[in-house]
Design a protein around this ligand. Sequence first.
Ligand SMILES: Cc1cc2nc3c(=O)[nH]c(=O)nc-3n(C[C@H](O)[C@H](O)[C@H](O)COP(=O)(O)OP(=O)(O)OC[C@H]3O[C@@H](n4cnc5c(N)ncnc54)[C@H](O)[C@@H]3O)c2cc1C
Ligand code: SF4
Length: 544
Amino acid sequence: MATQDYDLVVIGSGAAGGMAAWNLTRKGAKVLMLEAGEKYERSHFWSHVKPWEARERRRRGERSPAFESLPLRESPYETPAGQSFLLRRVWGVGGKTNIWGRVSLRYGDLNFTEPAIDGWEIPWPVRYRDIAPYYDNVERLIGVCGGDDDSKFLPGSRHHLPPPNLRCGEVLLRKGAARAGYKVVRGRRAVLTQDHNGRAKCHYCGACGRGCDIGAFFNSPDYLLADAFATGNLTLRENAIVSHILTGDDGKANGVRYFERLTGEERTEPAKRVVVAASTVDSTRILLNSKSSAHPNGIGNGSDVIGRYLCEQFRFHVFAFAPQLYGRPSTNDDGISGGHIYIPRFESPEEKRGYLRGFGIQLWGIGCGSNAQFAERLPGFGLELKKEVRKRYPALIQMHPYGEVLPYRDNRITVDGTHHDRFGVPTIRIEYKLGENERKMIPRMYDVVEEMLHSMKAEPLPYKRGELDELGSAIHEHGTCRMGDDPKKSALNGYMQMHEVPNVFVVDGSGFPTPTEKNPTLSILAFAWRATDHMAEQMRLGNV
Ligand SMILES: Cc1cc2nc3c(=O)[nH]c(=O)nc-3n(C[C@H](O)[C@H](O)[C@H](O)COP(=O)(O)OP(=O)(O)OC[C@H]3O[C@@H](n4cnc5c(N)ncnc54)[C@H](O)[C@@H]3O)c2cc1C
Ligand code: SF4
């Protein structure tokens, strides 16, 4: 084994791992970060490459960074027949934060208390008041734009940067929704609408999905890892795919095993402490594969909850046109890319609805976009079709509701099949389906969308009520290593520290007992900050 130079090992460099490294290195800890992928070079981003130029570049053999294309052969997964799950992984420095959608919504106290109110599975061990100071810290650090239109479902912030102006279609939708009794708020997004902490503001090019070449939206490499490197306390080992956490006779972690991605060489690294942050699914795989005589069911899994209770949101999309905007001249509606508005959840647990929890509605893709994909869904052909497309182009409205999926014991990740990756490490099987509760929520979600479209006299493209995106499309996996007060029902305490293995912290979304109806990354950052504050204090006291 190599010499033990580090105070701890962090696995993964995305939102969770980046935050852990940032917080612990500034407190003086020597951190080794093991990351499955490698750095994306800013100079290789294709943020401003136009479609025709991209074609030319490809012809010349050039490639943009492969943000989305983790080849399945790298880490295959299986699902039962007829039960697919779309797993999107970004293996590279910064993980999914390189291309995420930047929607940054605080969980409200209701999100934390609701499981205790309705009794579905275990309560959160944390309340809003515990995490609110960390939301403040994160927002000050990374910069989140938004309004002051807060509600009990969506708490606000004193630290929001100014929101961008609304697009024409967004103004109409807001009016229509208000007439139907629904509140539309300013989008809350981790995009800099003014210079912030030495970083340049967004120039509204709308290319965020290809990576921001000036770093105007939060991403782990620019906002967290750069500072961590500056302390001199961070060592990053790229292309290091962690397979196992190793334990000693006392059951505590004492090392990690990993494989060199490019050569296939197997290595071990001693570790006094381990922070697991490989994103929900990959963290769960590592934990379940880390079997030993002390942990025959996977590390820290005496409760048999690790791998179970996989949950996120389900979603669908409805496309429509605002006739008031037919035929108006096209404008540059790129903005900060994605929605400048959001419809928060509005249903309280006290209301009799026939289902638990609720949904919010995202509203990206409104106005003149970079293409007119809706054209393929219009009838007709030739000149008439072209005219129709041109007429409708500025009038596009899109609604994307996200509903909370309850945590179910049998929605789970396992590693006990016969499949292995190219290093011989067991791969995962994902079993995931919706339950009765979600099926009852779907018609109500369609009703609400239709009420709003009707109120603004919008003309929808044909859709089929009840149709959903493939499960997994929300890309917000949670629950498979959940926190809680009861060690028989949870793997982590409220500080994301393993009940059974105190020198292991799991700081990504796998620790969240419920997914809520909201996007999680702001919360992942806040919880990882809080967890690593606790870890640093426990290290100072000599407890871990
Ligand atoms: C297109 C898209 C849009 C999104 N939009 C939003 C949004 O609007 N709002 C929002 O809140 N969230 C959004 N998300 C989700 C968001 O990106 C994630 O919640 C967030 O990145 C999770 O952080 P993480 O650190 O857990 O995982 P990641 O950011 O994925 O980082 C995990 C890291 O671990 C590394 N890793 C994996 N396995 C191993 C291993 N075995 N060994 C070593 N390293 C490993 C990976 O390479 C990666 O760098 C979006 C995601 C995508 C893809
Ligand atoms: S819209 Fe703004 S944040 Fe997005 S890529 Fe362009 S400059 Fe960056």
